[in-house]
Design a protein around this ligand. Structure first.
Ligand SMILES: Nc1nc2c(c(=O)[nH]1)N[C@H]1C(S)=C(S)[C@@H](COP(=O)(O)O)O[C@H]1N2
Ligand SMILES: [Mo]
Length: 205
């Protein structure tokens, strides 16, 4: 075999260093934008849409209808996203409301666990802290346009530091708990935390 061919073949199996540094273990770089949904894309009734923060007992800590949500201060977020099925996509760009804004006044020591709930019934859990400090957004634009229905539009959660199953599509709110409550995938064997850099894909138990 000719040395040039071997070199190209060898390089072909390894991402360039600038890509490799940004790829968590076991991930590959995807250029498209795959759609991963359990079940059908729900029909979202924008007239009745709201985003709510509720406590364990069901008491409302915050509620924004579509108009109020749109009027909240928005930030542009550029981030890499990592799906547990091994694709990563670099430099995705979103616009939305920081979870710090939506959770203002919530004490993460008194309400240490959060569950995102959605139209269609999907849920996913994370520590309240994982949503604070500029680490999570509730986004309503992707690449400068409304988010396509298949990708969670009109509004989805974005938690780029965790595997993308935590970024709940069609999100309608956050419920706060004193004790951890596994979400849809977390109750079906996915890792409770889901840090891609630690390759926390599945739980052992
Ligand atoms: N409501 C809801 N949110 C969801 C899902 C889902 O099935 N329902 N799938 C999750 C998974 S496993 C991934 S990888 C991402 C996929 O988002 P995308 O379809 O925009 O790529 O959404 C996450 N959020
Ligand atoms: Mo996923």
């Amino acid at each position: 075999m000719d040395a040039g061919f071997f070199t190209r073949g060898f390089r072909g199996r390894r991402p360039a260093p600038e890509v490799g540094d940004r790829l968590p273990p076991g991930q590959y770089l995807e250029q498209g934008f795959p759609v991963l949904t359990v079940g059908p894309t729900p029909r979202v009734d924008t007239a009745r849409w709201d985003f709510r923060v509720v406590d364990q007992a069901g008491a409302e800590r915050g509620r924004w209808d579509r108009q109020a949500f749109t009027a909240l201060p928005h930030e542009t977020v550029k981030c890499d996203i990592h799906c547990v099925t091994r694709w990563s996509k670099f430099d995705t760009s979103w616009s939305g409301v920081s979870a710090d804004t939506l959770l203002a006044g919530v004490d993460p020591e008194r309400a240490p666990y959060a569950v995102a709930f959605c139209d269609g019934g999907y849920t996913t859990n994370m520590p309240t802290e994982a949503l604070l400090g500029g680490r999570a957004w509730v986004v309503d634009q992707y690449e400068g346009r409304p988010i396509a229905p298949d990708h969670g539009g009109p509004v989805r959660l974005l938690v780029p530091a965790l595997y993308f199953w935590k970024s709940a599509k069609w999100v309608r709110g956050l419920r706060l708990f004193a004790a951890d409550q596994p979400g849809f995938w977390e109750a079906r064997g996915y890792h409770n935390v889901g840090d891609p850099w630690r390759e926390e894909r599945y739980s052992d138990g």
